[in-house]
Ligand binder design. Structure first.
Ligand SMILES: NC(=O)c1ccc[n+]([C@@H]2O[C@H](COP(=O)([O-])OP(=O)(O)OC[C@H]3O[C@@H](n4cnc5c(N)ncnc54)[C@H](O)[C@@H]3O)[C@@H](O)[C@H]2O)c1
Length: 337
């Protein structure tokens, strides 16, 4: 059996990764370590094969707890745990620096002590900043790291923590940088589930600025397969861009959702733009395709349709996460705009 230590495995992407690995790798056992912040949800793990999955609630910044939870000599650490929402980082960056930077250092230190074979840092294309929207430029692995939001800065800093551990201590490490994910079980503060939920409830759909910001969307399962490919076949010390060559204007994503649900475009409400809002992300995934033998399998049309269906068929999940703290957050973010 192989043992993997996954952090943030009760979140959107981490839970999809845990399930995909358990499904595809019968010799895999996963220790899933997650603090269960507002974004972590045990309901995301309800259908997991429990014999090969152990959940431990804990904070990646808690050194003693990480040391106690991480199995000796495990095959990999996959670090998904993070504060992940740009808007929240603009309101307050403290928790982003604590979890995303200090937490990554704690995990690296524990991985060294425990003799972990490989450290996989799940990063984001946002570390590379923004592309102009009137060019054909793409993010490559050689692009400069020039983050523009506190979230992106904390993720870039985490990459440097991992790089330094490799250069200084010889930690075997790979980094993945992915674009915007979509799919089931994404917390509804993020664009696609937010718009699906609001459209379904005939509530206004808040669109930042002119709606012409471009994001490069990928289905969550394709991202997870890319992370696994980087773990299995990635070269020590390298970063790999994971993307599906699927650039979309935000406004087109929103109208596609309205059309799929048969709702009027008059529900769209343009709101004051996010400060420092990156204009365009676009990933060149050639290195991952050639060196890792990875490619995305889910088309935008199929992925968006099945994602919308999932939210429509799982209203209990949606209503549970839209209760309580989420309502306060929503009023704060969009109430005055
Ligand atoms: N969502 C995207 O589009 C996207 C794209 C590229 C990269 N990423 C990266 O992928 C990772 C997962 O993103 P996501 O969208 O699933 O995020 P998410 O917010 O849905 O989940 C984050 C998870 O981390 C846990 N967590 C937060 N702080 C923790 C702490 N201190 N200790 C332990 N656990 C903690 C939360 O409880 C939650 O389960 C993040 O590192 C993010 O930067 C996300």
């Amino acid at each position: 059996m192989k043992t993997y230590f996954v952090t943030g495995g009760a979140g959107f992407i981490g839970s999809a990764f845990v399930k995909q690995v358990l499904d595809r790798k019968p010799d895999a056992t996963i220790v899933n370590y997650d603090a269960l912040t507002y974004a972590g949800n045990l309901a995301n793990l309800e259908d997991v094969d429990s014999d090969r999955h152990q959940f431990i609630r804990g904070d990646i910044c808690d050194r003693a707890a990480v040391m106690a939870a991480m199995p000796e000599g495990c095959d990999a650490v996959f670090n998904f745990a993070a504060e992940s929402h740009v808007d929240r980082s603009i309101e307050s960056a403290d928790e982003f620096l604590r979890t995303n930077v200090i937490g990554t250092q704690v995990l690296i230190d524990a991985a060294r002590t425990k003799g972990v074979r490989r450290f996989v840092q799940v990063s984001t294309d946002e570390v590379m900043g923004s592309l102009a929207d009137d060019t054909n430029d793409y993010f490559t692995e050689d692009s400069l790291l020039q983050p523009n939001s506190p979230y992106a800065a904390s993720k870039a800093a985490a990459e440097f923590v991992v790089r330094a551990a490799r250069e200084t201590h010889g930690v075997d490490a790979v980094i993945t940088r992915c674009g915007n994910n979509y799919g089931p079980r994404q917390f509804p503060e993020k664009l696609i589930p937010l718009m699906i939920a609001n459209a379904f409830n005939d509530e206004p759909l808040p669109v930042y600025g002119d709606g012409r910001n471009v994001r490069d969307w990928i289905y969550v399962g394709d991202h997870c397969a890319g992370i696994w490919a980087a773990f299995e076949r990635g070269i020590d010390g390298k970063a790999y861009n994971i993307g599906a060559r699927n650039e979309q204007f935000n406004i087109d994503v929103v109208t596609s959702i309205l059309d799929a649900l048969g709702k009027p475009h008059s529900l769209i409400k343009y709101v004051t733009d996010r400060p420092g809002h990156d204009r365009r992300y676009a990933i060149d995934p050639t290195l991952a395709e050639t060196e890792l033998g990875w490619k995305p399998m889910v088309t935008w049309e199929d992925g968006l349709r099945s994602t919308i269906d999932w939210y429509l068929n799982n209203s209990d999940w949606v209503n549970n996460v839209r209760n309580g703290e989420y309502q306060e957050y929503y009023a704060k973010m969009y109430g005055g705009r």
